[in-house]
Design a protein around this ligand. Sequence first.
Ligand SMILES: CC(C)(COP(=O)(O)OP(=O)(O)OC[C@H]1O[C@@H](n2cnc3c(N)ncnc32)[C@H](O)[C@@H]1OP(=O)(O)O)[C@@H](O)C(=O)NCCC(=O)NCCS
Length: 169
Amino acid sequence: MELLSVPYADLSGSLRPQVQALLAMAFPDLEGDYYKGSVPDRIFICREDSQPVAHLAAYRRTAKADGKDCLIGMIGGVAVSPTHRRKGLSKLLIHEAHQFFLAERIGHSILFAFDPTIYASSGYELMMNPVKFIEAGEERQFVYRGSMIAHLDGSSWSVGLLDLQGEVV
Ligand SMILES: CC(C)(COP(=O)(O)OP(=O)(O)OC[C@H]1O[C@@H](n2cnc3c(N)ncnc32)[C@H](O)[C@@H]1OP(=O)(O)O)[C@@H](O)C(=O)NCCC(=O)NCCS
């Protein structure tokens, strides 16, 4: 099993359609290119026998927390091939994303979970902040069910309004 850490611009050749096929299998409602909404800063992939079997997209996002600019990490597209689930691969990729964020001096990572229990052992807890974001060109604001945060570096975090200044991933 290989672990790849790929800048978005380097996701090319046969890897790109292979990754899209993995994402289409994991997210049956997905229409078109997974990355069309927001372009990730780094993509983490587990590959076995030349085939991607697990994927995670990591995003650096300049947000506003309580009205102040802050850089946060966002995780999306966590997807593992059905044949490789329950082996710790999503957890491994989340760990890699956290190392990436810390190297970028990002102290907090958020994600939007279908099932929050998956992420508890990676340090995520439900996030109480109201979240402002853009969806289909419209601004929305509410406490997002399934929003989760991991505090990576011990820096402070307030539970005021978190303006993502863009789309959820
Ligand atoms: C959700 C998904 C990414 C999990 O990947 P995975 O590699 O099988 O997960 P891991 O083996 O790393 O497990 C991580 C934790 O979740 C738990 N978990 C994983 N799948 C689970 C399931 N189906 N039911 C209950 N718990 C589960 C594991 O027990 C582990 O918890 P622990 O560390 O407390 O023991 C994978 O099932 C998947 O791709 N699903 C379809 C796409 C999807 O829903 N993505 C998530 C979008 S938010």
